[in-house]
Design a protein around this ligand. Structure first.
Ligand code: ADP
Ligand code: MG
Length: 695
C-alpha cells in the first residue's frame, strides 16, 4: 500500500516545498503576495524562479509552461525548455523571475470576440501566485492569467480573480459592521463532476462521439435507467480500476478528490473533491477534467464530459457548492451559535437571495451552452427558470421575520434579529431538493444548473459579482446607520419581502411550477440564443463594470464568443450528422434492401408458390423510411447552408436553433427507426446498448 500522505501533492510546488526551498524572507514575501494580492518584486521573483526550477528538475522536469484558460473552455500551454546555451557549446538549465512572472505567447488564434481587432494582436500571460505551480508530463506548469496588451481579459481566470477581490472587499465591510475584523473573504467551491465512460474501441466507430462528444443518432436500447439500479450501484472492476488510477494522479497534483460513485444513467459516474478557494477549485477542476480523459485512455476507455452524450438517459452536470469564508476560516453561510452570529448569517443569506433574484438572468447566461440546453428543463436537471430552495425550516424562519410573527420552530418565539438564536438547519440528504437550481444545503449553496463540460470560472465570477453588489449596497446603507440593530432588522425584513418570489421549495420539474414562475414574473430563458443576449443588458453591464470584473467591451466580446461558439457547435453537429446519415446509415439500409430484393427474387425464381410477403412488407417499410430519411437529410443540408447566410449573429444563433437543430432532430427520428429495422450486422454504428452497457 502506498502512503497517500506522501503521494498527495508530490508534484506541487506547495507551501511545504516552499518553506523548505525558499529563504525565510522570500517565503514570507511570497505568502503575503498570495494572501493579499500584493505585487512581487523582481528580485524576489528571481529567487522563487530558481527554487522552482531546481525543484522541478529534481522531479524530472525539463520544460516550463505558462498554463492559462482562454475562452475556448479548455486550457492552453506552450512549453519552453530550461536550457540556455553556454559559450563552450554546452547547456545550462535556467529560469528567471521575468520568465516566471510574465509570458508573451502569440495569442492571435484564440477567440477574442473582436477585442484584438482594435488592439495589439499579442497577448500576455501573468503568473497567478495564488495557485500553486505543479509538474505534469515533464514540464513545470505555472498557472497564469491571460490578457491582451491593453490589459483586457482574454481568459476565464482574470474575471474570476477580479470578482474574488470585489466580494472580499464588501464582505469584509459587512463583517466589520458586526464588529469582526476579517482581512479577506474568499469564496469556496466544491464541484461535483459527472461523467460517462465508454469503451474506446466502440467509441472510435462513432464519428458523432469523436467530433461532437455526444451521439447524434441511436435508437433507444430496451433498457435505460428505468430500474434506477446504477445510481450508487456496485462499481464494476474496470471502472473501479480507472477510478483508483484517476484518484492517484489527482492526489499527486494536490487535488483533494474525496467521493466517487455511479450516477443515475448507465455508464455515468461522479467525482467530488473537498472544497477549496474558488480560484484553486477552478484550476483543479480543469486539471481533473483533463486527467479524467488521459487516464481513461490507459484503460481502453473514453471519458465523455458532454452535458448530454445520450438521448433518453440523464445528462451530466457540475454541481457548484459555494460559500464564503474568512481568512480565519469562518464559513459565513453557517448559522452560528449566538444571536450575533445569526444576525450576520441572515444578512449574508438575504444578500444571496437578493442577488439571485435580481440577476437570475446572468446566472442563466453563465450556464448557457448548446450542450447544456439538452439538460435544463428536461426533467433530469433543474429547469431554465432560476429559483432557490431554502428548505422548510429556514423558510419558516424567513416567513416569521417577514411577517413579524412568532417562529413555529422548537421554541415559539418571536425572532428578533441580533437577539435570537436560530436553529441549526439540517444538512442531511433527506432534506435535499434535487430539482432546485440553487439550493441552500445547511451551510452553503448548491448551484445545480452548470453543465459538466463548463469551466468553473464563469458561473462563479457571476455569483461572486452579484453577491458583491448586494453586500456593497447593504454596507453602504448600514455604515451610515445611527441605529444598527433596528436598521439591520428592517433591511433583512424588506429584502425577504422584496425577493421571496425567487424562493420555491416544491418540485421544479412540474408544469405547475412553470406556470407559477410565470405569475411571479421569473424569467424562463429556455435556450442559449434566448439567454445569451441578456449578458449585455444595461443592469448587467453596470454590475460588472461597477465591481471592476468586466468592462463593457469585455462583455460584448464574450457575448460574441459565446454566441459564435453556440453556432459553431450546432454547425459541427449538423455536418457530422449529415455525413453519418449520407455515407453511413443510408448505405447500411441500402445493403439490407439489396438482401431483401435478392431474397424476394430468389424465392420467386425457385417457385412462384413461395411466400414473399414478409420480405415485401419489410422492403416497403424500408423504402418509405429511406425516402423520408433522404428528404430530411436534404432539408438539413439546406438549413446548414442557409444558416451560413444569416449575417446578424444573434439571428444566426436563433436560426441554428429553430431550423438546423430542429432539422437534425427530425432526421434523427427517422434514422433511429431505420436502425430498429436493419439487422445488427448491417448497421455499422455501435448501438446505444453497446455504448451504455459495454464497459
Ligand atoms: P452532497 O450530499 O451533495 O455530496 P456534501 O456535503 O458532501 O454534499 O458536499 C458536496 C460538495 O460540497 C463537496 O465537494 C464538499 O467539499 C462541498 N462543500 C462542503 N462545504 C462547502 C463549503 N463551505 N463551501 C463550498 N463547498 C463546500
Ligand atoms: Mg450534492
Amino acid at each position: 500500500m502506498e502512503d497517500i500522505t506522501e503521494l498527495y501533492g508530490s508534484l506541487v510546488f506547495n507551501d511545504k516545498i516552499m518553506r523548505t526551498k525558499l529563504p525565510k524572507d522570500v517565503y514570507k514575501t511570497l505568502k503575503k503576495t498570495m494572501r493579499e494580492n500584493t505585487p512581487l518584486e523582481l528580485d524576489v521573483a528571481n529567487v522563487v524562479a530558481v527554487a522552482m526550477k531546481d525543484w522541478a528538475i529534481e522531479n524530472g522536469a525539463t520544460h516550463y509552461t505558462h498554463w492559462f484558460q482562454p475562452m475556448t473552455g479548455v486550457t492552453a500551454e506552450k512549453h519552453d525548455s530550461f536550457i540556455s546555451v553556454t559559450s563552450d557549446a554546452g547547456v545550462i538549465m535556467e529560469f528567471s523571475g521575468k520568465e516566471l512572472v510574465k509570458g508573451e505567447p502569440d495569442a492571435s488564434s484564440f477567440p477574442s470576440g473582436g477585442l484584438r481587432a482594435t488592439f495589439e494582436a499579442r497577448g500576455y500571460t501573468a503568473w497567478d501566485p495564488s495557485s500553486y505551480a505543479f509538474i505534469k508530463d515533464g514540464s513545470l506548469y505555472i498557472p497564469t492569467a491571460f490578457c491582451s496588451y491593453a490589459g483586457q481579459a482574454l481568459d476565464k481566470k482574470t474575471p474570476l480573480l477580479r470578482s474574488m477581490q470585489a466580494i472580499s472587499k464588501h464582505a469584509v465591510r459587512i463583517i466589520k459592521l458586526f464588529g469582526g475584523d476579517a482581512k479577506t473573504v474568499n469564496t469556496t467551491v466544491g464541484c461535483e463532476q459527472e461523467y460517462f465512460l465508454v469503451d474506446k474501441a466502440v467509441y472510435l466507430k462513432r464519428p458523432d462521439l469523436r467530433f461532437c462528444g455526444r451521439t447524434l443518432l441511436g435508437a433507444r436500447p430496451s433498457k435505460g435507467q428505468e430500474l434506477e439500479d446504477h445510481y450508487f450501484g456496485a462499481i464494476k472492476p474496470r471502472v473501479s480500476a480507472y477510478m483508483k488510477d484517476l484518484e492517484k494522479e489527482l492526489w499527486k497534483l494536490g487535488i483533494p478528490c474525496k467521493t466517487k460513485h455511479n450516477e443515475v444513467a448507465p455508464a455515468q459516474h461522479e467525482l467530488a473533491p473537498i472544497f477549496e478557494t474558488t480560484n484553486i477549485a477552478t484550476d483543479h477542476n480543469q486539471l481533473t477534467m483533463e486527467t479524467m480523459k488521459t487516464v481513461a485512455e490507459r484503460h481502453g476507455l473514453v471519458c465523455l464530459l458532454h452535458e448530454k452524450p445520450f438521448a433518453g438517459v440523464n445528462g451530466s452536470g457540475k454541481h457548484n457548492n459555494w460559500s464564503m469564508s474568512t481568512d480565519a476560516g469562518a464559513n459565513l453561510l453557517e448559522p452560528g451559535d449566538t444571536p450575533h452570529e445569526n444576525a450576520q448569517f441572515l444578512l449574508f443569506l438575504v444578500a444571496v437571495i437578493k442577488a439571485v433574484d435580481e440577476y437570475a438572468d446572468l446566472l442563466r447566461v453563465s450556464v448557457a451552452s448548446a450542450g447544456n440546453d439538452h439538460r435544463l428543463g428536461a426533467n433530469e436537471a433543474p429547469p431554465a427558470i432560476v429559483s432557490m430552495f431554502v428548505g422548510a425550516e429556514l423558510q419558516a424562519v424567513l416567513e416569521a421575520i417577514e411577517k413579524g410573527e412568532p417562529y413555529n420552530g422548537r421554541a415559539k418565539e418571536l425572532i428578533e434579529i441580533g437577539a435570537t438564536v436560530l436553529p441549526r438547519f439540517p444538512k442531511d440528504t433527506t432534506d435535499r431538493n434535487r430539482t432546485s437550481p440553487f439550493a441552500f444545503t445547511g451551510n452553503k449553496f448548491e448551484f445545480r444548473m452548470p453543465g459538466s463540460a463548463f469551466s468553473v470560472s464563469g458561473f462563479n465570477f457571476v455569483l461572486n459579482t452579484i453577491v458583491a453588489e448586494e453586500l456593497s449596497r447593504f454596507a453602504d446603507a448600514l455604515e451610515k446607520s445611527k441605529d444598527f440593530k433596528k436598521d439591520l432588522a428592517a433591511l433583512v425584513k424588506k429584502t425577504i419581502k422584496d425577493h421571496k418570489r425567487v424562493i420555491f421549495n416544491g418540485n421544479n420539474y412540474t408544469e405547475e411550477w412553470t406556470q407559477e414562475a410565470k405569475k411571479r414574473g421569473l424569467n424562463n430563458l429556455r435556450t442559449t440564443p434566448e439567454a445569451l443576449p441578456h449578458f449585455a443588458d444595461p443592469k448587467n453591464v453596470e454590475v460588472f463594470v461597477r465591481h471592476g470584473v468586466l468592462t463593457e467591451e469585455e462583455i460584448r466580446s464574450r457575448l460574441e464568443i459565446l454566441t459564435e461558439g453556440y453556432c459553431a457547435t450546432i454547425r459541427i453537429e449538423a455536418l457530422t450528422l449529415s455525413d453519418m446519415v449520407r455515407r453511413g446509415a443510408v448505405d447500411f439500409a441500402l445493403e439490407y434492401q439489396k438482401l431483401l430484393i435478392k431474397t424476394i427474387n430468389g424465392k420467386r425464381a425457385v417457385s412462384a408458390e413461395l411466400d414473399t410477403s414478409a420480405e415485401e412488407k419489410l422492403l416497403k417499410k424500408l423504402s418509405v423510411l429511406l425516402k423520408t430519411a433522404t428528404e430530411k437529410l436534404e432539408a438539413l443540408d439546406e438549413a446548414v447552408v442557409a444558416a451560413g447566410g444569416v449575417a446578424d449573429i444573434r439571428k444566426r444563433s436563433e436560426f441554428y436553433r429553430d431550423k438546423v437543430f430542429a432539422a437534425m432532430n427530425s432526421l434523427r427520428c427517422t434514422v433511429d427507426e431505420l436502425e430498429m429495422l436493419v439487422p445488427v450486422r448491417y448497421w455499422g454504428y455501435p448501438s446505444y446498448g453497446e455504448l451504455l452497457f459495454g464497459v
